[in-house]
Design a protein around this ligand. Structure first.
Ligand code: SF4
Length: 578
């Protein structure tokens, strides 16, 4: 990972590839690299779909090594959905393969003048960019099937579906899993629309002839990795809950806590939650010949994913995540896993963020376009998006735009991005994260659920305002650092509870780079990333008044706790004062 490749899609005479040393970005990876490049090189007032925006693909600091859990690919740009800086990361094979080919980052710049569509082939011999208009408006599953016939099975694919090509603001970027299914998405913030604006349909990554990235201190690295894996296997969340039931283990937990937003955030408990639960999902998957335990990339030891088949045993989609089951399920008053799985497949195929789309359909239901609980109507609305009809284009641009077009007063978004599956009124800590994160509403940016609800890394009462800003601050700093390593964020459960597992992670980083890594270094890295992101957002016009939840969370109490969000604005404004 000693090179950066820049591809100027708008160069005179056609796309032009240049290579350079990592230079000022040396030692950075993942989110640290994408955010520093954007903060340094992208004009904060540029139009996100214009030539001035850049789209950066960066494997993490440990991607492409023999280290476990190191397969996250960060994608960064100025977001067309939020107008803020954006980092969205996904699993799948892409990060490992890109890192082994030797790139710290591939940066798409400029914008071609015509309508041609391009594919980019990256291998040990270099980078080629080719026109391929036969791919126009293909969706992800048939697109990857077509590419496989040409480039085979021993590569990784990064693609956009029709939603990205149409530059819909909820469009995602898909990465293929080990079985070459386009199921792992950089979902949030409309990053797929930026790839569509650059007219890049697919990136084919081929690491034939390349080796694993070698550690500076191989034995120490091996030893630290072994201890790290032991720690993950020992912790109840990463060693038991996630492998057995996936992230959807949270449905019952959040419902019992009264923090499961139902029917567009009108209630905190869903009567149909048992039918949607991770326990029910895992049983169904195994009974139908799928699996409830699967890794989204090689080297994952937690294996929180799975395979969801239909009643005849045919593949439908990967195991829908908790946030997807919630957004397409309880949020829309739907209690049927087969409907959720079908909608998850449609999101993956068209190339859309499942959270944004589920929330959008709930907002559309609130507007009267369909009844809450109407399964067929939810599927029909998604089909409109796939066809690119005028209604589909509105829905595909997310909850905020849909709410405006149809006159919905209560739309759950922060900085234009839909709230995920945790109500901020009975879980105040996650509300602090939604309001203040640099990314728009995003649970992963500072997952306060861990400490508010799961009691990992301590215990902060979710109903009280005290301690929430400090909790969210610490989590946002830690997350910005983890997102830079290439590690899956789910390692956080084990490293927050088990000091020896955190030490093993530090030792892995230290042994790989031949340095000594301390907890203070991790904190410094997280702060550096957040500071760059905040600075970009400030220059893009964001102020402290944007660091707020929608008004109805302050005025409308939610059952069963009958509570509003009540962390004072003055405290929210202190989050980044460290
Ligand atoms: S724990 Fe889940 S999301 Fe993380 S790498 Fe493994 S399968 Fe992917």
């Amino acid at each position: 990972m000693d090179r950066i490749a820049r591809i100027d899609m708008g160069a005179a005479g056609g796309p032009k590839v240049t290579f350079e040393e990592v230079g000022e970005y040396a030692g950075l990876g993942g989110r640290a690299l994408t955010s520093l490049v954007i903060a340094t090189e992208v004009h904060p007032l540029c139009h996100p779909l214009g030539a001035e925006n850049k789209l950066i693909f960066a494997p993490g600091m440990l991607s492409g090594t023999t280290g476990s859990m190191t397969g996250r690919l960060s994608v960064g740009c100025k977001s067309p959905l939020t107008g803020t800086i954006k980092e969205s990361n996904a699993g799948g094979q892409a990060a490992q393969v890109l890192a082994r080919i030797g790139y710290a980052a591939v940066i798409l710049e400029g914008k071609p003048a015509g309508d041609d569509l391009y594919k980019i082939i990256i291998n040990k011999d270099g980078i080629t960019v080719e026109v391929d208009n036969s791919l126009q408006l293909m969706d992800n599953y048939p697109l990857v099937e077509k590419l496989r016939k040409e480039y085979g099975d021993k590569v990784a694919y990064i693609t956009i579906g029709s939603a990205g090509e149409r530059q819909l603001l909820a469009a995602s970027i898909a990465c293929t899993d080990p079985e070459l299914r386009p199921t792992r998405h950089c979902g949030r913030g409309g990053v797929g629309a930026v790839m569509g604006a650059k007219r890049v349909k697919a990136i084919i990554l081929d690491d034939a002839g390349m080796k694993m990235r070698p550690a500076k201190e191989p034995e120490k690295f091996r030893d630290a990795n072994r201890k790290f894996v032991e720690g993950l296997r020992k912790h109840p969340v990463t060693g038991e809950g996630l492998p057995a039931y996936g992230t959807n283990v949270l449905t019952n937990v959040l419902n019992e806590a009264g923090g499961y937003p139902t029917r567009n955030f009108k209630g905190g408990v869903f009567e149909g939650s048992a039918k949607l639960s991770g326990e029910a999902q895992a049983e169904l998957e195994v009974k139908r010949g799928g699996t409830a335990t699967h890794g989204c990339h090689r080297g994952c030891v937690i294996q929180c994913s799975g395979i969801f088949n239909d009643k005849d045993g045919n593949y439908v989609t990967k195991q829908p995540e908790y946030e997807t089951v919630w957004s397409h399920g309880g949020h829309c008053g739907i209690d049927d896993l087969d409907t959720v799985a079908k909608l998850d497949y449609m999101d993956d195929n068209f190339g859309l963020d499942t959270i944004e789309m589920g929330v959008t359909i709930g907002v559309a239901m609130d507007a009267g376009l369909a009844e809450f609980g109407d399964r067929e109507a939810a599927i029909r609305l998604m089909e409109e998006v796939g066809k690119g009809t005028p209604l589909g284009r509105v829905l595909g641009c997310g909850a905020e735009i849909t709410g405006k077009v149809f006159g919905v007063e209560k739309v759950p978004v922060v900085k234009g991005q839909a709230l995920p599956a945790y109500d901020p009124r009975p879980i105040q800590g996650i509300g602090v994260t939604y309001a203040t994160t640099t990314q728009g509403a995003d649970h992963t940016a500072g997952y306060a659920i861990a400490t508010n609800i799961l009691k990992v890394g301590g215990d902060v009462d979710p109903l009280k305002t005290e301690g929430q800003v400090e909790l969210s601050r610490n989590l946002q700093i830690a997350t910005a650092a983890i997102d830079s390593t290439g590690m899956c964020l789910f390692i956080a459960f084990a490293i927050m509870d088990q000091p020896e597992t955190f030490q093993a992670l530090l030792d892995m980083l230290g042994a790989f780079y031949g340095i000594t890594m301390t907890g203070d270094d991790v904190v410094a890295l997280g702060k550096k990333v957040l500071s760059a992101e905040r600075d970009f957002n400030k220059r893009a016009g964001f102020t402290k008044e944007h660091d707020r939840l929608p008004r109805f969370f302050y005025t409308d109490p939610i059952a069963p706790h009958n509570q509003t969000f009540s962390v004072p604005d003055e405290e929210l404004d202190q989050l980044f004062n460290w």
